[in-house]
Ligand binder design. Structure first.
Ligand code: SF4
Length: 756
């Protein structure tokens, strides 16, 4: 029922990659390989037509010559993957998974999903795992992405929505502390929010061990040793307290737990923090001065603080700084996480996480189980309990133990490249009795499979995504898929039907969304008031958006709670006069639709927490945190830090972007970023191969010499497999709360890798 095209055939839709979910139009063009060309979509407020190279070249992946267009099966152990018909492939999947269940029990079957799946697919995958397979062993690659911010945000505010305010608020605030985000490279169209911030007189403080391209836009760069940003946040909070700049009224009225958090911060003397972090005290003082004097201010975190074995506490320390200065829940202020994957937000809300059910309900909660079981039409007691987190699940693959996972269904993920301690994970995957992978290309993980199912991708199907602002948007079908491909929803439908579930797994995404609305109703991520029609008419709706029973008629509403109109906020002087800063086209600033007579539909919630936080008592919670060393610190054998990350032209494990010629030309392979002093000590010149060794393995890649990195640290991007695979080196030490591995910090030895 979703409209598909305008008069000229252009379908308004969104990029297949990151969490910005940039708007774009796809117009039929027989002269292009994919039969589609991108047209600018300036009406979508997030990117106003701008796209990065990944988005611009996305149609190439549709027509890639390495695109999978028929199922592949491995007919004998160790034999090759061979083309097969869908019936044979699906029968083999059912046979393989059923054999494992019969022999070892339901929990011997694992399911691994991805933060790129649409909301409908993530929802269906969780339901499929728990009902059809009856397994508790499901998790997804988002665990490796923003789970620490999710855990810390939930602890502090009662619910986790990456940004609890729209991106459009960034230019209107006074100061942003951006912690561990290289947004200029990872989501380039978002740079405009930072440049507008500066044009409006605001200041930008970037915390990053490297001088990234984002740092080039900063007023102040704090470059802590990897793994010490928790201490840095405590040091800044100490300075705020010592200066008497704490917002006592806000703390008394809107928070709990301050005395303990205050005591923890006071134990971190700035001089001590300077020694721990390497950040000079004057720079810390300047950061505090900029942040505390701004009328409105924000702290935004990304993978830097989050991908640590103390990620939840690290994010918590930055949240404490924001709370102590009275920022969260105030207009144009607060704390937010810049989620990375395309549906990193929605992907964590609808039940593909090990411990969660749709609507951000907890699987261990009896009321949550009863509600979701009611929607699914099953006995709540039949639902499995919480399972293992992503790395723990991967580590259990193929193990000949009572709790080993013998078969795996893998969607939208490529752990052979993206998981920590990747050689070990690859070994575990090879040890599986049975592996089935749904993908669009033969990824490094799919190469190991017993059955590979070729699935449709972004422009070939319809489905909702929830971007980093909590804005639920609709990706629309613009092209027919290759005849041999089926959607993930169809795959789950077909498998469920073969396993005795004739009903309950629709292939129509809107039908799935209607069920998702009911399943999420009353939950923390409440989508019940959102419909495909509303998303189309309003160009996105922010959750939470409960169903009020109202029929939606666009353009007649008057706004309401959470609309951004009811907060009494005066516009920041001068900003509204600048036409380039006109965000009125953004639904975040638009009154809600409604009928003149009946109940108004809920307008959605662009800005959360303005009146109360989502905790039982409505107050935000300070959590006392202490600095502690990373799980692995440099020593005599491994004297340097390794930190990992991304480059602009590649996305995640590179499964799609490595297949695009322009992107490959821009970023053809891995490298090791080293400081000139370290390069000199090693006797290595630009481009010469360096061997990087950690306790988990060895990777070799060319040296890239730059003063933009600390001399005690090397950096590798993680998008590539093979000899230069960065995740061969990374440490799977897990955060005790979020179960996030420590991608951002481990100890390594670096030496020239010249042939003998
Ligand atoms: Fe796509 Fe992200 Fe690039 Fe936008 S910034 S075009 S969403 S990859």
């Amino acid at each position: 029922s979703a409209p598909t095209a305008g008069a000229d055939g252009t379908v308004p839709t969104h990029c297949p990659y990151c969490a910005l979910q940039c708007g774009m139009g796809l117009r039929p063009d027989p002269g292009t390989p994919a039969g589609l060309r991108i047209v600018e979509r300036t009406d979508f407020p997030v990117n106003r037509g701008a796209l990065c190279g990944k988005g611009r070249t996305a149609p190439e992946v549709l027509a890639s010559r390495v695109r999978l267009t028929e199922p592949l099966v491995r007919r004998s152990p160790g034999g090759p993957l061979e083309p097969a018909g869908w019936d044979e492939a699906l029968d083999r999947v059912v046979e393989g998974l059923t054999a494992t269940r019969r022999r070892y029990g339901a929990d011997a079957v694992g399911v691994f999903g991805g933060g790129g799946l649409t909301n409908e697919k993530a929802y269906t995958l969780g339901k499929f795992a728990r009902l059809v397979l009856g397994t508790s062993q499901i998790d997804y690659n988002g665990r490796f992405c923003m789970s620490s911010a999710a855990a810390a945000g939930t602890r502090a505010f009662g619910v986790d929505r990456g940004l609890p305010f729209p991106l459009a608020d960034i230019p209107r605030t006074g100061c942003v502390i951006l912690v561990g985000s290289n947004l200029v490279e990872t989501m380039p169209p978002a740079l405009r929010y930072l440049t507008e911030l500066k044009e409006n007189g605001g200041s930008l403080i970037v915390v990053d061990p490297r001088r990234t391209r984002t740092v080039e836009h900063a007023d102040l760069h704090l470059a802590p040793r990897p793994g010490t940003d928790l201490a840095l946040a405590l040091g800044l909070l100490h300075l705020v307290i010592a200066g008497g700049w704490v917002d006592e009224e806000y703390i008394a009225g809107r928070t709990t737990g301050w005395p303990e958090a205050r005591a923890a911060a006071m134990a971190h003397w700035p001089e001590l923090v300077e020694r721990i972090t390497g950040v000079p005290l004057p720079a810390m003082r300047e950061a505090v001065e900029r942040f505390r004097t701004a009328e409105h201010a924000m702290v935004l975190t990304a993978r830097g603080p989050e991908q640590q074995a103390k990620g939840t506490e690290t994010v918590g320390a930055w949240i404490n700084l924001a709370l102590a200065t009275g920022r969260p829940g105030r207009p144009l202020s607060g704390y937010g996480c810049l989620t990375g994957q395309g549906n990193g937000q929605g992907g964590r809300e609808h039940g593909q996480k090990a411990d969660q059910l749709p609507g951000y309900r907890m699987l261990a909660d009896a009321d949550a189980r009863a509600h979701v079981a009611g929607v699914w039409g099953v006995d709540p007691d039949s639902l499995p309990g919480p399972g293992r987190s992503a790395y723990e699940l991967l580590d259990a693959l193929g193990r000949d133990t009572p709790d080993g996972v013998r078969s795996l269904l893998l969607l939208a993920s490529n752990p052979v490249v993206s998981a920590p301690r990747a050689a070990h994970v690859e070994e575990r995957m090879r040890a599986l009795d049975f592996l089935v992978v749904c993908d669009v290309v033969l990824s490094e993980s799919a190469e190991l499979a017993d059955v590979v199912l070729p699935v449709t991708q972004w422009a070939e199907e319809t489905g909702t995504m929830t971007n980093l602002e909590g804005r639920v948007i609709l990706r629309r079908k613009a092209a027919e898929p290759p005849t041999g491909c089926r959607s993930d929803l169809r795959v789950m439908h077909d498998l469920a039907a073969r396993m005795g579930w004739e009903k309950g797994f629709p292939t129509d995404p809107e039908e799935v969304f209607e069920e998702l609305r009911r399943a999420s109703a009353g939950g923390k991520a409440d989508y019940s008031g959102i419909t495909y029609r509303r998303i189309i008419e309003e160009d996105g709706v922010f959750w939470p958006c409960p169903d009020t029973g109202a029929e939606v008629v666009p353009g007649t509403g008057t706004g309401g709670e959470g609309s951004g109109e009811a907060d009494g906020e005066e516009p920041v002087g001068g900003w509204e006069d600048d036409p380039s800063n006109d965000h009125s086209a953004d639904p975040a600033d638009r009154p809600a639709a409604g009928t003149p007579d009946g109940p108004a539909p809920h307008p959605g919630t662009p800005r959360m927490f303005l009146d109360r936080f989502a905790t039982p008592d409505g107050r935000a919670r300070f959590v006392p945190v202490q600095h502690r060393p990373s799980a692995e610190e440099p020593d005599a054998d491994y004297p340097l830090f390794l930190t990992t990350g991304r480059v602009q032209a590649q996305y995640q494990s590179g499964a799609q972007t490595r297949r695009v010629a322009e992107l490959n030309a821009a970023a053809p392979g891995p490298f090791v970023q080293v400081h000139p002093r370290l390069a000199e000590r090693l006797g290595v010149a630009e481009g010469e191969p360096l061997a990087v060794t950690s306790r988990r393995g060895r990777a070799v890649a060319p040296a890239r010499i730059t003063p933009d990195i600390r001399p005690d640290t090397v950096f590798m991007p993680f998008h590539w497999p093979g000899a230069g695979r960065a995740n061969t080196l990374t440490n799977p030490a897990l955060d005790p709360t979020s179960r996030m591995p420590e991608f951002k910090v481990c100890a390594v030895r670096v030496e020239p890798a010249r042939p003998a």
